[in-house]
Design a protein around this ligand. Structure first.
Ligand SMILES: Cc1ncc(COP(=O)(O)O)c(C=O)c1O
Length: 396
């Protein structure tokens, strides 16, 4: 089922499994014990505290919903994005394993956090690729736990995002091409230099570390469910998609907790990087070539994460792709009317919801009614303050 509404694209996943418990085959792709371990480790970081779940009353009324909530990641640690939970945690896991091999004994995540083996940690270099937030998280983890870090960035990543990573002590290497090219370059060079790849996306033969990254993300979704005060769970979750790691993590976590009452999961991507929508359309993991970088920098990925796809294929019912022109006005609106600092990628879910409201047929297809309780994840704040300012001002 497809429709194109004012350039917004829509696809319904006929294969979605709904109205039942999370199938074992889905749960085992992101096992509960891994999520629990991530939650314990991150919960022990001294600066950890849950971010706010905000109630958007006025917008909810305007859209004709029963309720609208926004999990506001703009104050997540000092990094202002949920990505802080994934990459940095995976660095902690990688160091536990590497130091354990170096010293020939089992060590714990708490030992890594306490920097019990500073020389062994300093001998490790982690490498990653980023369009901003993930690389910053890995660099932050490397500084926190005492190892070296190299971050690959494609030519479209803003200067401010590079400086933020460098300020954490990481070395930045610029490459030609797009995000997917930077992942390939980081992986290739990392192998050549003996650096350890800490990627937020996965591929054949490389799944364990991205799974730890995703386990870190579930801290955010679990917080949101703990903070949810209404007796009934959300009916819909609108979540932005890049490589799909975030959407898959939220999907498993919520399905596990809500079982047959799992909310309807709607994934929102930029039209220029709709690899998840294309995968759903073809019924198989598919890639798109990115020819134009979206302003939604964090979502500008053309290749789907291998471990994320089967989860999304089973648990996400709908896919929307939106155009860039929807973003700046919405950032401004959230700033002015709700005092929420929402970055370019953070507003995609809400932008998708608002686009759907403009088309009664699409609204109906998504099963949205006056009884709907919608949950959004505002995944970043002003992660590049200069870009943020220019977009909010440009919308004036
Ligand atoms: C702010 C923000 N939101 C959402 C995403 C999408 O996450 P994923 O690539 O895991 O789908 C990203 C990815 O970098 C991001 O930075």
């Amino acid at each position: 089922m497809e429709s194109t509404i004012s350039r917004t694209q829509y696809w319904h996943n006929e294969q979605v499994i709904s109205g039942q418990q999370c199938p074992e085959g889905v749960r085992e792709r992101l096992p509960a014990h891994g999520c629990l371990r991530a939650s314990e480790a991150i919960g022990a970081w001294p600066d950890y505290r849950p971010t706010e779940l905000r109630c958007l009353k006025a917008l909810s009324g305007e859209l004709g919903l029963s309720s609208l909530h926004y999990k506001d990641e703009s104050e997540r640690f000092e990094l202002a994005s949920f990505k802080a939970l994934g990459g940095a945690y995976a660095v902690q896991v990688v160091l536990r394993d590497e130091i354990g091999s170096a010293v020939g004994r089992t060590i714990t995540l708490a030992d890594v956090a306490a920097r019990q083996w500073p020389e062994e940690a300093a001998a490790v270099t982690v490498v990653t690729a980023t369009d901003g937030n993930h690389g910053r998280s890995v660099a932050w983890g490397a500084r926190r736990f005492g190892c070296a870090c190299v971050v690959y960035m494609h030519e479209g990543v803003s200067r401010g995002r590079q400086e933020a990573v460098e300020a954490l002590g990481a070395r930045v290497r610029r490459i030609k091409g797009n995000y997917d090219d930077s992942v390939h370059a980081a992986n290739r060079d990392g192998r050549a230099h003996g650096w350890l790849m800490v990627s937020d996306t996965s591929w054949e033969g490389y799944v364990d570390i991205p799974r730890d990254v995703m386990a870190g993300y579930t801290v955010m979704s679990s917080e949101a469910m703990d903070q949810w005060v209404m007796p009934e769970p959300p009916t819909h979750v609108f979540i932005q998609g890049g490589c799909g790691g975030l959407a898959a993590a939220v999907c498993v976590d919520m399905w596990d907790r809500y079982g047959e009452h799992m909310p309807r999961l709607v994934i929102v991507e930029p039209v220029s990087a709709a690899c998840l929508l294309e995968s759903a359309r073809h019924g198989v993991q598919s890639r798109v070539d990115i020819t134009t970088e979206s302003v939604m920098a964090g979502l500008s990925c053309g290749e789907v994460s291998l471990i994320a796809w089967p989860i999304i294929a089973a648990g996400a019912s709908d896919f929307l792709a939106i155009t860039d022109d929807r973003i700046a006005p919405l950032m401004r609106r959230l700033a002015r009317e709700e005092s929420i600092i929402a970055g370019e990628s953070a507003v995609a879910g809400l932008a998708g919801l608002i686009e759907a409201r403009k088309d009664d047929r699409l609204w109906g297809r998504l099963g949205l009614t006056t009884q709907s309780r919608v949950l959004l994840f505002g995944t970043e704040g002003a992660t590049d303050p200069e870009v943020y300012r220019s977009m909010v001002d440009e919308a004036d």
